[in-house]
Design a protein around this ligand. Structure first.
Ligand code: FEO
Length: 398
């Protein structure tokens, strides 16, 4: 039998570990993930969140190691995305709890996803429920990262259940921050923020201030992915504050694809110019990098340079893919420029500049276009572009 893990006097982790998932709706999860669900063993046993549908059996076994699941009286669904609600209908059908609590938007989303009556009851910020021996209060966390997102706070135990927020895609059998090595999880925490939370950074800052004002200072933060923060919950809170601030940094990323090596040559000279100008630079070919890793590198960058060859009068598909993805993440304060090679129609390279403009990127210079293979003049122009962007960044971070 799969066992629950006790995380505090009355709370057990009863989630599932997805060791081998490598693609989470287009986000590469090289270290897998977990779907955390928690069982609060008050007089009214309460289940906080469920798991992805396929992991229903694993969650149930873990619950059974503590209690007959049918004795659970309350279910709380903090977020309706299917990695946490997929197993909800089956769980409700088996348990027949007295109450299933969701936010207003959670009600809409869950109803629209499952098209069945789960007898949901809505709660809002400030509402409190008695779970027998302790109280759970609710804090809506709208747009962190869906409109329905909600936190649950177990008052006496001082544990905040934050769903996706403060989590990461990181499969681990060690359930606590102090059991996991920072050098292994830090990239995954950063990647999670960059790919899931970044567009809502202003909301993060407002929300952190609101939580502080409410006087919440949880001794444990229990998210629905990755591990539980018990030793130092402030660590992830402070990281969120830092990432959300998007403070300008002298760092650039050069993102490109190449057909016969010409655009790559241009990228090399732009990178060289940035390096010589004193900018930290990462050159990322879409042949070798996943869009979600590019997004992670963009998190603390202040310049985005993009390059593409022309294929059938279009930019390369991999560039369209990554630009569509990055646009959605709404990184602020970027400087940028475009470059690319072409055979007989260079116009599509200008489309790259338009794409940067649509992402509110400040254009540092017109696109550099190379007919076929870049000659010495174009190589020099590329290097000068790198140097010019470096200069702009240096001014920005003064
Ligand atoms: Fe882990 Fe928004 O779901």
């Amino acid at each position: 039998m799969m066992e629950a893990v006790k995380i505090s006097e009355h709370v057990y982790w009863v989630g599932a570990i997805d060791w081998n998932i490598r693609d989470f709706h287009g986000y590469s999860t090289k270290r897998g993930t977990t779907y955390n669900a928690y069982l609060v063993m008050g007089e009214k046993p309460t289940l906080i969140d469920t798991v992805k549908k396929e992991f229903y059996g694993e969650m149930m076994e873990r619950i059974q190691s503590v209690i007959d699941p049918k004795k659970i009286k309350i279910i709380i669904s903090n977020h309706s995305e299917m990695d946490h609600s997929g197993a909800l209908p089956q769980t409700v059908n088996l348990i027949q709890p007295e109450e299933v609590y969701v936010s207003d938007m959670g009600f809409k989303d869950i109803t629209a996803q499952f098209h069945c009556d789960l007898k949901l009851k809505t709660v809002k910020t400030g509402d409190r429920i008695d779970v027998g021996g302790d109280t759970i209060s609710f804090v809506e966390a709208r747009m962190l990262h869906w409109p329905d997102s909600m936190f649950s706070y177990l008052e006496k135990e001082n544990i905040l259940f934050t769903n996706d927020v403060f989590g990461m895609h990181y499969a681990t059998g060690k359930l606590f921050d102090d059991e996991n090595e920072e050098r292994l999880w830090m990239y995954e925490a950063e990647k999670y923020y960059a790919n899931i939370v970044l567009p809502y950074s202003d909301i993060v800052l407002r929300f952190l201030a609101q939580v502080q004002k409410m006087g919440l200072s949880p001794r444990m933060i229990a998210p629905d992915h990755g591990f539980v923060w018990r030793k130092d919950p402030s660590k992830i809170v402070n990281l969120y504050a830092k990432w959300a601030a998007q403070t300008p940094k002298n760092k650039a990323i050069v993102v490109y694809d190449t057909m016969w090596g010409s655009t790559e040559k241009m990228a090399n000279y732009i990178t060289e110019g940035l390096r010589e100008g004193g900018t930290e630079v990462k050159q990322l070919s879409m042949h070798s990098n996943h869009r979600s890793d590019v997004a992670t590198e963009l998190l603390d960058a202040s310049a985005l340079l993009i390059g593409s060859p022309v294929l059938n009068s279009q930019i390369f598909p991999a560039m369209a893919d990554v630009l569509c993805y990055l646009k959605g993440l709404r990184k602020k304060g970027l400087v940028g420029a475009a470059f690319g090679s072409y055979g007989w129609n260079g116009a599509p390279v200008d489309e790259l500049t338009k794409m940067l403009e649509s992402m509110n990127v400040e254009i540092a210079a017109p696109a550099i276009k190379s007919p076929f293979v870049p000659d010495e003049k174009i190589k020099l122009a590329c290097k000068e572009l790198g140097l010019a962007v470096s200069k702009k960044l240096a001014e920005k971070i003064k």
